[in-house]
Each structure stands twice: as C-alpha cells, then as structure tokens.
Write a protein that binds this ligand. Structure first.
Ligand code: XMP
Length: 516
C-alpha cells in the first residue's frame, strides 16, 4: 500500500521498550518508517527498499547464546545506518570491534548522563557540546572497529557515540528517541537530513493520496464491507475507503444502544452524507434483553461480543458475499501482535480480533495498519471528518454496559448518559489539563440523601478521569475542586435518581481505567 512512498526508513527491532518511540520520532521528522523484527530475511529488507536503516536497542548482550545478530549483508547495502544502544554494540561487534560485558558496575549507566559531543560530526551538528542523554546499558564498546572514530563520551562510556562517516555508519550508546535526551530530536533529524539526504516531506496528504490510489488498484470494481462502530479508527477507515471506492463500500453501523448521549445519531448524520451504502441497525432492544439479569463483567462483554456478531452476520447475509472486509486495525495493534505479546488477559476486548469467520469475503483490507493513533486522527481531519469525531476519546466496544455496574437496564443507561454528558461538558469547558479519558460510572450503590425536606435513597455516580499516553498505566487527573463541585451539583440537581457523586482517585495499576 505504501510502495509509492519514496523516502522510507526501516527500523530493525531488537526488542527495546523504546522502539515505538523511534518510529514516532522518525515520522514526526516527516519520514515514513516501519518497525520490523530483526530476524526478517535479508530479502525482505532489500524488498522494502529503505533509504536508511536504524538498528534499535534491546535487552540482549552480543555475547549471550542466541543473541540477535546483524547480517553483514545489511551493512553491504551501502545505505546510511544508525545503531542505537544494543544496535550500536551490534555494529561494533559485527564490524570487528570489542564489546565488554557488564561485569563491573562502573561500566553500567542508567538514566540521565552528562555527555560530551564532538560537534564536527554531522550527527551532532547544531547541538550543545555538553548535554544530557538517556543511557540504559550494561555492556559497552571497548574497542572500535577499524575506520571508526569516537564522537561522544561520558564518564562511564568512552565510546558514547562513534562513526565511520565515509560509509555513513553511525552508532550511539544512548537513546536519542527518549525525551530526556536533550538534543535527541536534532540528532535523529541530522541522521535523516544531513546524513541520509532525505527531504522529510511525508505528510498525511501524501498518505491519503497514495492509499487511495493503492485501494483503487486493489479493489477495482469489487465490493467491500466495513463494520462501523463510531469510534475514530473505523470512522477514518470508512472515510478513506469512501473516497477511494464510493458506493462499492457498505458500512454497517450496529447501534447496540450502549453509546454515549447523541452518539448514534451523530454517526448516522456524518456517514449519511458520504457516497457509501450506510446501514444503521438499531439493535438496542436485542442487546438489552440479552443483558437482562447479567451482572458479571466478563459475561457482559461476551454477550455483547456475541450479540454484535450475530447482528452483523444477519446484515452480511442480506448483503451477500463481498470481495473485501475492511478493518480499522492500527499500527500499535500490528506491532503488538507481531511481537507475540504474552501479556495476561485482564479483560477481553471483544472488538479486537475482528469478524472474519462470520462473513463471506475473499480478503481483508486494513487501510490504517501503518498509522499511529494520532496519525489516524490527522488523516481523519485531512479527510474532512469533524473534530468532534476525530478527537473522540477511547470508548470501549461494550460501551456503557461496562460503566453501569451490576445489571444493565434502560433506566440506568439513561441516568448514566446524562451524568456522563454533564461531566464531559464541564471538564471540556474548564479546559482541565491531563484528561486523556474521562467519563461517568453508575455504581450499584444507593445511599441516603436529603432533597428539599424529603429523604432520598438514590444511586451514586462515580467520575473517572485519567492522564495516560498508552492506557497501560495511568494517573488521575488533578481536577480543580470548583469544577468537581459544579459537576456534582449539576448531576444531582438535573438528574432524577442520583443523590451522590464521588471522584475515583485511583491510578492504574492497581485499578484499571474502566470499572469493569
Ligand atoms: P482498562 O480498563 O483495561 O482500559 O484499563 C484501558 C483502555 O482500554 C479501553 N477498553 C476497551 N476498549 N474494548 C475496547 O475497545 C473493550 O472491551 C475495552 N475495555 C477497556 C478503556 O476504555 C481504556 O481506554
């Protein structure tokens, strides 16, 4: 899909926790890049046709048995190479230098480290001669391969950076991709521009054009089907596919009745204006009856997942066989599945994993599979989707059903929808910082209150707002008390059935973002 992109960086992944960051930084500089496992065959590397290669860091030692290695063929491609951390050690080791294992504490460095740079190196042009970098290594390079010279040093690392500029091979022991490295972005930019002579003009407008062309070539006059959830990814995929193939695309929007206030109507309004076949299935009654009497969180998720598939399958049958099934998979999902994540299942995310078994189709199209989340948003804006949709915060597939604790009923959903709307509106109006995801939860607790002169016995609403970039860990948003007070007053005064509001002040871990 991206063959038309001229400037491409290949990042060979040796397993560092910072690898996605390298990809992010390269793209921020305006160059398209992909992260691939270090073990891919050389032929795949050549076929990718990279303008330059970055070797990432990783947890291994070059001397451990089975340590990831570097094919000398990669060096013989003659394109610029930047080795980072393990990548730097691997270059030294492969090209004839010496790496010493971390047997003495003195050779280990971790965290902020003062470093001296030789700014005559093209890699360090325009940076301070003395600055701070982020180190995280045990082994170190002791002797450079022939033809190399040292261009940076720290107290514990005489070869904090080294280069053979005639072959355009560069290596840094530290992590330029981590924001703690003072001039990290300049170093990466220097590698891309001064060393690799790239123009750095990759943009979402390019992506839009090249993807549309590639989709048209692939789909031809074929028919495609897309399950639209109203979330950012499937909406952007729909808008892109619509521009590429128009009415050959059918979007099925299963409204499970578990969306936030007005959301279903908004999705319908937006996509009815596109030249696609848009089908909204109002299945809220079916979902509610399937959830009747169910209180256990995982059971709720399973029921919603299964019901969703049933409804979608019915629609797909009506449409008949299609050539392509479109999915809104994005790059972090691809990277994680490619790396064979062994993470424990804390919650089953029903909308990850797709629908392929249930629909008669020939091939899957994933038009966003190379984009990070914020790039998907940028593409959405580029395609003219409204900001309210493009900037939508993450919303779980099972929707409000996992924010109504205990049994889900129409009455509880109505209460939650209003409370959630008030909270989101007030938080946005107050422009509270550090709110990546914020919503209301209807707890299953009733408590005693007093309203007017009467006793009440009503529900407690909990407010949840977290600051996070990856949703794996999160801290709470520091919402000013006057904002919380206003939200609480509005909820209790405007919504019947609620007499108490609390703010959830638990980080993740130990709590998860959602309550169920
Ligand atoms: P947790 O609650 O696991 O949530 O800390 C992390 C992020 O994932 C979202 N989430 C889901 N997303 N289907 C989804 O698509 C789900 O079943 C689901 N459960 C949680 C949650 O909103 C948060 O952004």
């Amino acid at each position: 899909m991206l063959d038309k992109v001229q400037e491409k960086i290949l990042i060979l992944d040796f397993g560092s926790q910072y690898n996605q960051l390298i990809a992010r930084r390269v793209r921020e500089c305006g160059v398209y890049c992909e992260l691939r496992p270090f073990s891919i065959p050389f032929e795949e590397i050549r076929a990718f046709s990279p303008s330059a290669i970055i070797l990432s860091g990783g947890p291994s030692s070059v001397y451990s048995p089975g340590a990831p290695s570097l094919s000398p063929q990669v060096v013989s491609l003659g394109i610029p190479i930047l080795g980072i951390c393990y990548g730097a050690q691997l270059l030294a080791h492969t090209l004839g230098g010496t790496v010493v294992p971390a047997d003495s504490l003195a050779s280990r460095e971790y965290g902020h480290t003062d470093t001296q740079f030789d700014t005559t190196s093209a890699l360090f042009s325009g940076i301070g001669e003395n600055s701070v970098v982020w180190m995280s290594h045990g082994d170190s390079v002791k002797e450079l391969p022939s033809g190399f010279r040292a261009v940076a040093k720290s107290a514990g690392c005489p070869f904090a950076a080294f280069e053979d500029s005639s072959r355009r091979i560069y290596a840094v022991q530290f992590h330029p991709e981590v924001s703690h490295t003072e001039y990290g972005m300049i170093i990466i930019k220097n590698f891309l521009t001064a060393i690799s002579s790239l123009k750095c003009t990759w943009s979402m407008a390019d992506y839009r054009q090249s993807s549309i062309k590639a989709i048209r070539e692939k789909v031809g006059n074929g028919k495609a089907l897309l399950a639209l959830s109203g979330g950012v990814d499937s909406s952007v995929a729909a808008a892109l596919m619509s521009e590429a193939i128009g009415s050959n695309l059918t979007c099925v929007f299963v409204d499970h009745g578990l969306l936030r206030k007005d959301e279903g109507d908004e999705v319908e309004k937006i996509f009815s204006a596109y030249p696609v076949n848009f089908i909204r299935v109002n299945a809220s009654k079916l979902f509610l009856s399937s959830l009747s009497g169910v209180t256990e969180p995982e059971k709720k998720r399973k029921i919603i997942g299964e019901t969703f598939i049933r409804v979608f399958e019915e629609q797909a049958k009506k449409i008949g066989s299609v050539d392509f099934l479109v999915q809104g998979t994005i790059y972090p999902d691809v990277i994680e599945s490619g790396m064979g994540s062994n993470a424990a299942v804390i919650k089953s995310h029903h909308n990850v994993g797709g629908l392929p078994d249930y629909v008669d189709f020939k091939e899957i199209i994933e038009p966003l599979r190379f984009l990070f989340k914020d790039e998907v948003r940028a593409l959405g804006s580029e395609l003219g989707l409204p900001a309210s949709l493009v900037n939508r915060q993450p919303f779980p597939g099972p929707g409000l059903a996992i924010r109504v604790i205990g049994e889900v009923t129409g009455e509880k959903l109505a209460i939650l929808r209003e409370a959630d709307f008030i909270f989101r509106t007030e938080l946005e109006a107050a422009q509270v910082e550090g709110a990546s995801q914020y919503f209301a939860v209807l707890t299953n607790t009733k408590s005693v209150g007093v309203m007017g002169d009467s006793r009440t016995y009503d529900y407690t609403v909990a407010l949840r707002s977290v600051k996070t970039s990856d949703f794996m860990t999160a801290t709470i948003t520091h919402i000013p008390y006057p904002v919380l007070e206003k939200v609480s007053n509005r909820i209790v005064n405007e919504i019947r059935g609620v007499n108490r509001v609390v703010y959830d002040i638990t980080a993740k871990p130990p709590a998860t973002v959602e309550w169920e």
